[in-house]
Design a protein around this ligand. Structure first.
Ligand code: CP
Length: 321
């Protein structure tokens, strides 16, 4: 690779060779079951999450520690952010403390780009508002490639359908880019008001979920947040009736079609329990792949000279004991 990227803000900013290097590395990790290395020895990795997270936060923390980093969690509820300290000032202070990497989940779209301007090390976007979730898209791509039993061309020409709350979904936006780049025929489906802007991304957007599912090789569900139904002309019961992925609906897809979901899942809303936990569900495989992908991302972004290992040791020999 000519120049390794400095940050991971979104997948569309990364060169193809960086994406392939991460997927290859992560796939090898899954095959080997090996989860230890020294790539981040001496590195201080700060996890700054202003939104709730289980999968992303724990897997980044496990990934960093598996590669011998020191990890520090900023709890927003007990940090100076509750006193009004801005993201910019928070990041500048983490920089002054000598952090090498910040893994940032933030409720505002674009937050990772702002952080990258004020932080001297690497920023990894762990999800910014409705905008992007690059490591989710990478782990979804790895999961599909491995499920289809192929390499870089495994998705070429396959129909992949994303169903659910596309309007508010950072996962969908990052996935549309990686899946399209991988040669998949991407369809998105949900209530018409949630499909705004998707046709411009070059995918087929339709409120007709049956058409979207017809012949699909894989179906990706998205969480439907009940509170977001308030502004919708559709009730939650109507959504369930028209869009829930059930065994009957999944039968419209290709035989043996896979079901994916980034989690957390509202079982009984966007998907039935029997599909979410059924034989074609890749949901927990996605989670396992997430750890391997996040290890590979952190290893790729590892500084050649961690700040924690740089500079002369302080000489305290003059201090009387
Ligand atoms: N998929 C995902 O981002 O899950 P968490 O919100 O639990 O991290």
């Amino acid at each position: 690779m000519n120049t390794a990227p400095r940050h991971l803000l979104d997948v569309d900013e990364w060169p193809a060779e960086a994406i392939e290097a991460v997927l290859d590395n992560a796939s090898r990790t899954r095959d080997a079951g090996e989860r230890h290395g020294n790539e981040l020895l001496g590195c201080r990795v700060v996890l700054l999450f202003t939104e709730p997270s289980t999968r992303t936060r724990i897997s980044f923390e496990m990934a960093a520690r598996s590669l011998s980093a020191e990890t520090y969690l900023v709890d927003p509820a007990s940090s100076s952010m509750v006193k009004g300290e801005t993201l910019v000032d928070t990041v500048r202070n983490l920089d002054a403390l000598g952090a090498d990497m910040v893994v940032l989940r933030h409720h505002r779209a674009g937050a990772a780009w702002v952080a990258a301007r004020y932080f001297g090390g690497a920023v990894v976007n762990a999800g910014d508002g409705w905008h992007a979730h690059p490591t989710q898209a990478l782990l979804d791509l790895l999961t599909l490639r491995r499920a289809f039993g192929g390499g870089a061309d495994a998705l070429r020409g396959r129909k992949i359908t994303i169903v659910g709350d596309l309007l508010h979904s950072r996962v969908a936006r990052s996935n549309v880019w990686t899946l399209s780049r991988a040669g998949a025929e991407v369809w998105v489906s949900g209530p018409a008001a949630w499909l705004r802007g998707y046709s411009e991304l070059g995918v087929t957007a339709t409120p007709d979920v049956d058409a979207a599912l017809d012949g699909a090789s894989a179906v990706m569900g998205l969480r439907v947040q009940k509170e977001r139904m308030r502004g919708s002309s559709l009730s939650i019961d109507e959504y369930i009736d028209r869009y829930q992925i059930t065994d009957e609906r999944l039968a419209r897809a290709a035989s043996g079609a896979f079901y994916l979901h980034p989690g957390p899942i509202n079982e009984g809303v966007e998907v039935s329990r029997s599909v979410a936990r059924g034989p074609h569900s890749l949901v927990l495989e996605q989670v396992a792949n997430g750890l391997a992908v996040r290890m590979a991302v952190l290893a790729l972004l590892a500084p050649s000279a961690p700040r924690g290992l740089r500079g002369p040791r302080v000489d305290f020999s003059h201090v009387a004991r």
